[in-house]
Design a protein around this ligand. Sequence first.
Ligand SMILES: [Mn+2]
Length: 342
Amino acid sequence: MSEEKVKSILVFKEQIEKSKKIALISHKNPDTDALSSIVALKKIIEKNYSDKIIDLFSECESLKEIYKPILKEDNLNIQTVNDYDLAIGFDSATKERFGIYERIFDLAKDTAQIDHHFSNEMFARNNIVYMTSSTTEVLYLVLKALHFEIPNNICKLIYAGMITDTSEFTQGIKRKSTIKVLNDFYIKKVDMDCVLNYFFKNNSNSKNKLLEKALHSMKFYFNGGLVIMTLNENDFIDANAKQGEEEGIINQGINTKGVNIACIFIKRNEKPYFVSMRSKYGADVSSIAKRFGGGGHVNMAAFTYNGNIKEIAPDFFKLCKKELVRCREIPNQNIFFDDNEK
Ligand SMILES: [Mn+2]
């Protein structure tokens, strides 16, 4: 670990120790990584310090069903004090991602953040940003370096962020540290399978119906290199699908042979379009998402668009085409016995 990294971790501990009132804020419309990281840190602080007031924030209309086990013991978005000594941001490349809770971050006497996005704007006083699988992994590395005892139930939260942000390590970012954390969990006998089964082998029939609709909507462009799926309000009604059940459906697009960029356009009632993107073989979908006000990682990104989608179509297709041209050649028959690798 570099000297700079060690210093920021020590400063992080100091920040926590000298603060009584702490706000842990993750991005709006939270995902598993965002929620698991705020809950995990809250539990660790509570276990090690008795005098802290810790509030959790993440702007959302209502908590999706799938996230309820994460927040089983904690409240979300209840401000119990007027001001905070310390605000810590999670899983957010910019502080605008905090939505209405950006104000709490701005008003706090001191700030820190933990994140894993390449495009992070380093907006806090203390920025702990590593390019790795998930924010929960960064948090684990920080807690471990500080010699906090991390119980197995907290390891399960860490693992939940890691597997969901990488779709079971098939996309997103993997690092040497990712494998080391998994090794720790293996040695500690963390029940990883129960977390994996909950997030990935737990689809309801309504989700299957929604998936059917998405598969039916597939349209291919650029010789099959780009696939676009769409879901609208009627699809959700027909499938009797709950909010959040669209998650993961995008992977069916990128899992398709020959597809190097997959997109899903989701339009629900008067809400803006939600566009989720995946790529493989080096196509950079984060650059495309960024062009439309979103962001993410090279092979997984998203943006929202408020308006007529036809307006952005020419630009969107142009950018996709550009990234498809940049893709590495697909090895196909040479994946195991490639002359260049001998
Ligand atoms: Mn994340």
